[in-house]
Design a protein around this ligand. Sequence first.
Ligand code: HEC
Ligand code: HEC
Length: 236
Amino acid sequence: MTRLTLTAAASALALMMAAPAWAQEAATTEAPAAEAPAAEAPAAEAPAEAAPAEAAPAEAAGLQSPEAIEGADDAARSVALFEEMGKVITHPRCLNCHPVTGGPTQGDDMHPHSPPMVRGSADFGPDGLACTTCHGSENVAYSVESGSIPGHSPWQLAPESMGWAGQSLADICTQIKDPERNGGRDLEALHEHMAEDGLVGWAWQPGEGRTPAPGNQEIFGALTRAWIDTGAACPV
Ligand code: HEC
Ligand code: HEC
């Protein structure tokens, strides 16, 4: 295992040290400025009731905790909770791997993957050029330029049935809840995926040169929990 991993990282590094034009270009065009909304909500406002000691941080970098999300009734609050989750779900860090058609995309502007990359029959790239040829088990910083090759094990494209890029939040929500299209998950399994999955978590540790998803996985998990507990309603 370790040796395989090292080999993948090494070949990725070797690729980088050869510094092909597409890599240099990609490394320099990444501008981590656009997102990062500067304190968009009043974070200072502490919750009125005494919060339990283990409570998740109230808010972190652009993602509100469930306690801050209100609604006229459970259904309305559930929709509002999903809309807050949507700040993560529709972030380029997720969408770049959840395209509806075509291969993976890159960067905050979601440009086509460079070098050109197709989905392949197993969502794992074309024959002979699997995603893991270049993507190792962790992010690898470029040796010459700033930036990095993202990595995590596993690393592959989400199946077409789970395509989100360009879809409305309402459609994404319906898909996410549909066991026929979500990998046979019930709501509990969905919560576990959002709260615990390492590939989802990568979006908050995306490597040098990439904007992390808003908030953190803990808040995202808590939002998912509250969304399910209020009936897992979808925006219309
Ligand atoms: C030939 C090498 C190579 C192969 C094969 C490859 N990638 Fe990449 N990929 C890269 C490099 C290099 C980057 C980083 C570009 C940059 O931002 O500097 C990258 C970036 C990405 C990103 C962008 C992450 C982000 O949010 O910006 C995604 C997603 C991605 N690859 C998915 C895949 C998937 C899925 C596959 C297989 C279907 C794949 N890649 C195959 C080299 C490769
Ligand atoms: C490197 C590619 C990659 C990235 C980045 C990625 N995913 Fe996925 N995602 C996948 C793959 C592959 C699957 C299918 C695996 C499975 O079903 O277990 C998947 C499945 C899912 C599913 C379950 C099926 C569904 O769509 O209903 C959810 C939910 C999900 N991802 C959420 C996210 C979120 C949220 C992010 C960003 C915070 C994210 N993913 C980032 C590759 C990725």
